[in-house]
Each structure stands twice: as C-alpha cells, then as structure tokens.
Design a protein around this ligand. Structure first.
Ligand code: ZN
Length: 428
C-alpha cells in the first residue's frame, strides 16, 4: 500500500511535529475574535511571513465595504499561491482565521495556547487554527519532497466565517478567486475529524415573524389586543403541527449528528412588550398591553426540500391562525438563506482524500454532511466550484466550547492525509 515515496512523505511530516505545534500555538495567541473582528491584519501578516519563506506569493485582500468591514475592524484575508514546475491543477486549502468569543467556563487562559501532553488548548484550537496549521505543514512537506510538482498549491486564511463569511470567502469568491478556471480542488480543514470527509451542509432559512396588537392599560387588557398572546398562538401551532411534521422529513444526506438527519427548526429569540430596562433602573415596569411581539426562526432544510416549500409551510401556518383567530395579524421578513450543498461522492477531491485516509489511517473514510453551514456555501454558489470538501483534524463538538483543544496526533495524521492528496493530484 505504501511505496517508498509515500513513506518518505509521511516521515517528513512526523519530523515536523515541533514546527506544527509551534505554528498552532502562535496562531492561537493571536486573538482574532469575531465579533467584532480583531487582529485580522496581524494574523494575515504572520501567515504571509511564514508562507513567503516557503516560496509562496501572497496577497493580502481587504473586503472593503463588505458586511462587517469598517475602519476600526477591517476584514483582511490572505491568499498564498505557489506554482509548480509545470502546468496542472490548483489545490486550494481554505481556513477561516476568525474565532468566536471565549465565553465562560474556561479553566485555562483561552489565548495562551497551553500545551499539555498531546493537547493544545485555546479558543480556535480545533475551530480551526489546528486545521490551518496542519494544511501549511502538509504543503511545506510536500513541496520539500516534490519540488518539481505540477499545477499549483494555494492556502487561504479568511475572515468572518463565524459570522457568515461575507467579509471572507464570499468576497474572495465574488472577486473570482474560487473560479473553476483558477482553482480545481478545495479542502476546508474544519474540525470534522481525521477519518471523515464532509461533503456539504444542510440549507438554512432565517426569518423574523412579528405579530401586532394594540396598546392599552394593563388593568383593562380587554381594551387592547395582546401581541404576545397572538405570538403564543403561533408558538403553539409550531409545537403542535410543524415540529412533528419536520421530524418526519428525513434526508439521504449523511448528516452528523444523527439527530440532524431531518428538517429542524429553532426558535432563536422572542422579543415583545415593555423593553428591558437599563441595569441602573430600579423601578417597576409600566402597566401596558404589548402591541408588538417578534420571534426569529432558524429553519434548517434538506437537499430533498425546496426553499419555496419551506417558506410556504410557515406562511400556511400563519394564514391558518389568521383565519381562525380574531385580531390576528402578522408580518414576516426574510433574514438569511443558504441553499444546501453536497459534493458528489465520486468527485476527484473526495476520491483522492478517501484513498489518502485509507493509506494513512488504514480505515475507510466516513462520509458526512454538516448540520450547519460553513464557507463551502460561497465556494459552491458564488465561486461555482463543486469539487470542494471539508476535511480536517479535531472534534466538532469541542468547537465554540470552553477548554477547546486540538490533539497533536490528530493534526499530524490529517496533515499526512492532506500531503498525500497533494502528492496524488500534483506529483509528476
Ligand atoms: Zn470553523
């Protein structure tokens, strides 16, 4: 199974262990918090220095004017490109460099990148600075082992994945960076686990529903019309009719975890009635009948479903209530939508990665689909590039949690898989 070239490449990665650890720790120590989007320029410059030393030409690209971009928090992205000795395909590794807030419950400093045994701890360790570091080590080891490769290798570090990716991959895709004429294979090293190939994600629809009423004195509620009670009717109908229906909609997409292998709906927020007062307000609320109530719904849908049909379910539900409930009226606003995305199992990047997993880990790859979306949506929709997967080290459940960590052995294994992918696609 392993020829001499493969064995040499895998040993070369194992020999870079200290470098991989140091690189991962350096990346974690740059707190690229999003929101609001801190230190994006700093992490891009750090990576530019590193990759220039390895022979990459680098572009630092600001997503000027994109959602989230401002003078205080510019959205910086890095694309590093290294041509081989002759023409061929371009293999692109895309990682987001932003991390979510640390949150509560940490037993360590989230930005100290503490090393303990086989683990590196820190915000972003698994999501996804460990994956970014693994892809860099993989590329550097492959280039050293096979300097006259064909085609090109690209590594990008992009902004704002945690807030929709508009100042990151979406912007780059709009500028043509992911056009199929220039990039043929994409791996996104998100923490899906080193044995799994993630083919895509379910679809998303967020909407805001507002019910209206009439304000009146709270001692005479019959003179007003309570918007919160109207919303209560909406919530009751979602509970009684919609959620059971969604539970019956199963998908052939191999979504993990198992519970997400169906349509789901989350009530993201509810706002209504008197505004919450400032912390320094010590008085009581005023007695009023609320005239407005709003909820935000987060509907995740399947490749078998149609977005118009998904929206139709909600409008049918609201119209049903309207027909039966005196005084009921509503408005609905679309907030956000993403189509489901799923790369074919026989796409070249999928087949190549599966072979590499078999060689490195001695096991068959598992094919999965992510319950939530990630930057593949922009590469697919805007970039029109279908040959894209997520593959990287780490345990998905640790993402966004306190005491997030990445295993060094996992990073090394997945770096080996990524290097073998390069070797299969680009070695002469
Ligand atoms: Zn991520």
């Amino acid at each position: 199974m392993r020829d001499a070239t493969t064995s040499a490449l895998l040993s070369a990665i194992a020999a870079r262990r200290d470098d991989l650890v140091a690189l991962t720790r350096d990346l974690i120590r740059i707190p690229t918090l999003n929101p609001p989007g801190r230190n994006y320029r700093a992490i891009c410059e750090y990576l530019a220095n590193r990759l220039e030393r390895s022979g990459f030409g680098v572009d630092l690209i600001r997503a000027e004017g994109a959602l989230g971009d401002s003078a205080a928090h510019p959205r910086w992205n890095l694309v590093a490109h290294r041509d081989g000795a002759r023409p061929g395909d371009c293999v692109h590794f895309n990682s987001h460099h932003d991390v979510v807030e640390a949150g509560h419950g940490w037993t360590r400093d989230p930005f100290a990148a503490e090393l303990e045994g086989e683990r590196i701890y820190g915000r972003g360790a698994c999501d996804m600075k460990g994956g970014l570091a693994a892809s860099i080590i993989a590329a550097e080891a492959f280039i050293a082992a096979c300097p006259d490769y064909r085609g090109a290798i690209e590594i990008s570090a992009t902004a704002d994945e945690e807030s929709g990716g508009f100042g990151g991959v979406a912007h780059l895709a709009e500028q043509g960076w992911f056009a199929p004429e220039r990039v043929q294979h994409v791996i996104i090293p998100e923490p899906l686990h080193k044995e799994r190939i993630c083919l895509g994600h379910r679809g998303v629809w967020w909407a805001e529903i507002e019910t209206s009423g009439r304000i009146a004195h709270g001692s005479m509620p019959f003179l007003g019309d309570c918007a919160i009670r109207h919303m209560g009717a909406v919530l009751a109908e979602i509970e009684a009719a919609l959620l059971p229906l969604l539970a019956t909609k199963r998908t052939a997409m191999p979504v993990i975890p198992e519970g997400a292998r169906q349509s789901t709906l989350n009530i993201n927020s509810v706002h209504g009635g008197a505004r919450e007062q400032e912390q320094d307000y010590t008085g009581l609320p005023a007695a009023c009948v609320p005239d407005r109530c709003r909820i935000v719904i987060d509907r995740r849908y399947l490749i078998e479903e149609d977005l118009a049909e998904v929206k139709g379910e909600i409008s049918a539900l609201l119209n049903r209530i309207k027909a039966e409930r005196p005084g009921f009226d509503y408005e609905i606003r679309d907030l956000f939508e993403v189509r489901p995305s799923m790369t074919e199992k026989d796409a070249p990047i999928v087949r190549t990665t599966a072979r590499a997993i078999k060689t490195v880990l001695g096991r068959q790859a598992a094919y999965v689909v992510s319950p939530g979306t990630y930057d593949q949506k922009h590469i697919d929709r805007i970039g029109r590039l279908k040959n894209c997967i997520a593959y990287g080290p780490g345990i998905l459940e640790l993402a966004h949690q306190p005491d997030e960590w990445i295993g060094i052995g996992d990073m090394l294994d997945s770096a080996m898989v990524m290097a073998l992918v390069l070797s299969q696609l680009l070695a002469h």
